[in-house]
Design a protein around this ligand. Structure first.
Ligand code: MLT
Length: 323
């Protein structure tokens, strides 16, 4: 009896040893996207994941875990096993702003291992076509003339589209209502359908609809125009100096993920960002790829910390509540 038990235990241990000994990655990797499929963060995850598969030799799956401005998906990743098979793709909203708004049960800096900064893009102020405004000044006048009447789509409190809209309100003194979605993918569909009036959206999400004439753009929150949309003015040019937001997206792993695994994942991201097909797709959407020296885990760690130091006082002063 004891002999059979020991044999079983040894076989089990042997199996575990073999599994542990398998080179990483030995099975598909899941990237948790904290917003809906079809939106800007999801699009980045799928483009990146598809190319990382070539470097890693394993499929990179995207799992959309949505809600609460992205905090639910990020929490799921924070609690995942630190084995390199569950990753968190997020951005300035999910991994910085939300920390100043929500009573999070995890630490945005210390519960994650930085892998790499992936891309950034400005926000773009867009509206449905029948809004009676031809430029940003007229849009602000129209908003002032219709206080509390206008519906702005967001991806939930603390998301990029939400805190950027709050920032626009603070800078201009206008008041409009927020209509929360689980991502700006579905919000954009409702804007095109005229169900809502406007979004302060990631340029990469609205670009195609603007170029297709389905919605109207007023400005990008950058200090220079996008090469993919040279006809859209900057916020400075459009009469709202200082309305600057660069929404950066990055990849993290749970705290404790081994260094060699982080190094492999980082190398796969770097490969992907150097791939001309990925580059063309990102640039066409208005996404900027960080320079090579900013594609290291250390560079993301430093950038993340600096952005928290910059934005938390601003967000806390804006008194944004999580409910
Ligand atoms: C999305 O992917 O839906 C966006 O990143 C949401 C946002 O932050 O506005």
């Amino acid at each position: 009896m004891l002999g059979r038990f020991l044999a079983g235990a040894l076989a089990g241990l042997a199996g575990l040893g073999a599994a542990l000994a398998q080179p990483y990655p030995s099975r598909p990797i899941t990237v948790i996207v904290p917003f809906s499929a079809g939106g800007p963060t999801d699009a980045i995850a799928r483009t990146l994941g598809e190319r990382m598969r070539a470097s890693l030799g394993q499929t990179v799956l995207v799992e959309n875990v949505t809600g609460a401005g992205g905090t639910i998906g990020v929490a799921r990743a924070a609690q995942a096993a630190p084995d390199g098979y569950t990753l968190s793709l997020g951005h300035l909203g999910t991994h910085v702003v939300n920390g100043a708004i929500y009573p999070l049960k995890f630490d945005l800096l210390n519960d994650f291992e930085p892998i790499a900064l992936v891309a950034s893009n400005p926000m773009m102020v867009v509206s449905k076509n029948d809004v009676p405004a031809k430029n940003l000044r007229e849009l602000i006048e129209w908003l002032k003339a219709n206080p509390g009447e206008v519906a702005a789509g967001t991806a939930g409190i603390g998301s990029g589209s939400h805190f950027s809209a709050v920032y626009l309100q603070k800078l201009t003194g206008v008041a409009f209502n927020f209509v929360p979605y689980r991502g700006t993918g579905p919000a954009l569909q409702d804007l095109v359908a005229g169900q809502i009036d406007m979004i302060v959206d990631q340029a990469s999400n609205s670009m195609a609809q603007v170029q297709g004439g389905k919605i109207r753009a007023y400005a990008v929150t950058a200090d220079k125009r996008l090469s993919a949309a040279p006809d859209i003015p900057t916020s400075d040019e459009a009469g709202l100096p200082g309305f600057h937001i660069s929404l950066w997206t990055a990849l993290w792993a749970p705290k404790g993920t081994p260094r060699d695994v982080i190094a492999k994942l980082n190398a796969a991201v770097v490969d992907a960002l150097a791939d001309p097909t990925v580059g063309q797709r990102f640039v066409a959407a208005g996404l900027e790829i960080p320079p090579r020296q900013q594609q290291t885990p250390e560079a993301l760690g430093a950038h993340h910390r600096a952005e928290i130091d910059k934005w938390w006082p601003i967000i806390k002063a804006a008194n944004i509540k999580a409910e």
